[in-house]
Design a protein around this ligand. Structure first.
Ligand code: NI
Length: 260
């Protein structure tokens, strides 16, 4: 049984006391790697430190769209420097968020473009957050794709088929979180059945978005298995096959080197 949690936030306070145990439970559940993403320069710096201490943990660095308002030029320079670290496999979390309305859209777009450019410069894929901003995100991605092919993933996808198709056509992967396990997510499960198998990833977005049946509790990478079970059921394959497929996809996208 192999799984990779392609999106978590393990530097959050709720993991302060027991990160080693959390990673132990992940390993016991078959999770061979976790990609943990920074949301600010400081959090990206912490992620890189953690990734150097834990062999199963890799980092992504960036500034989450909802945290771009107070971010400085110095923060961005810091993110760009961190991005060169060998334990950093992706750029993000970035994207656009029109749900919280805490940061004006033009400011978010400026920062989204910086991340897309950094992804191109470093050759490391981008992890994209999109909340109530599907047409805006797709417009930005098309704009960026004019300069050359994109590499990245739409994280915790819960959008329309039209958006999924547009992202797939741009070469992106699509990742599913605990949202796929919720009772109300019937349309999303229908969409999952149409996603090409070689573009599908799984994630937890820990400590958020706990899948059924642990919804409401702190999420952790071991729970990615519960989402993988739902995906396997939708695709009509075994959990092991789903794990193998999504693990190979994640390794290809993030350039993870097989451990001896
Ligand atoms: Ni996230």
């Amino acid at each position: 049984m192999r799984l990779i949690d392609t999106h978590a936030h393990l530097d959050e306070e709720s993991f302060d006391g027991d990160l080693t145990e959390v990673l132990g439970r992940a390993r016991a559940a078959g999770v061979e790697a976790v990609l943990s993403l920074g949301t600010t320069f400081e959090s990206s710096r912490r992620m890189v430190e953690l990734a150097h201490r834990h062999p199963d943990l890799y980092a992504a660095v960036g500034v989450h769209p909802n945290y771009t308002a107070p971010a400085t030029e110095g923060d961005w320079q810091g993110v760009c420097e961190l991005a060169r670290d060998a334990r950093v496999l992706a750029i993000g979390e970035t994207g656009l968020d029109l749900y919280w309305k805490t940061v004006p859209l033009p400011h978010q777009i400026d920062w989204f473009r910086r991340h897309l450019e950094l992804s191109r410069q470093t050759g490391k894929p981008v992890s994209i957050h999109c909340r109530e901003a599907e047409s805006e995100v797709v417009a930005e991605l098309r704009h960026a794709a004019a300069d050359g092919p994109l590499r990245g993933v739409m994280h915790s996808f819960a959008g329309s088929w039209e958006t999924a198709e547009a992202c797939l056509a741009l070469g992106l992967y699509v990742s599913f979180s605990g949202i796929a396990t919720y009772k109300k997510s019937e349309a999303l499960r229908e969409l999952i059945r149409k996603i090409p198998r070689d573009r599908m990833l799984v994630e937890t977005d820990s400590p958020y978005l706990s899948p059924q049946p642990v919804r409401g509790k702190r999420n952790e990478p071991a729970h990615v298995r519960m989402t993988a079970e739902v995906l396997a059921r939708e695709l009509g394959c075994s959990l092991e096959e789903l794990g193998e497929l999504t693990t190979e996809n994640a390794r290809r996208l993030f350039g993870m080197v097989d451990r001896a």
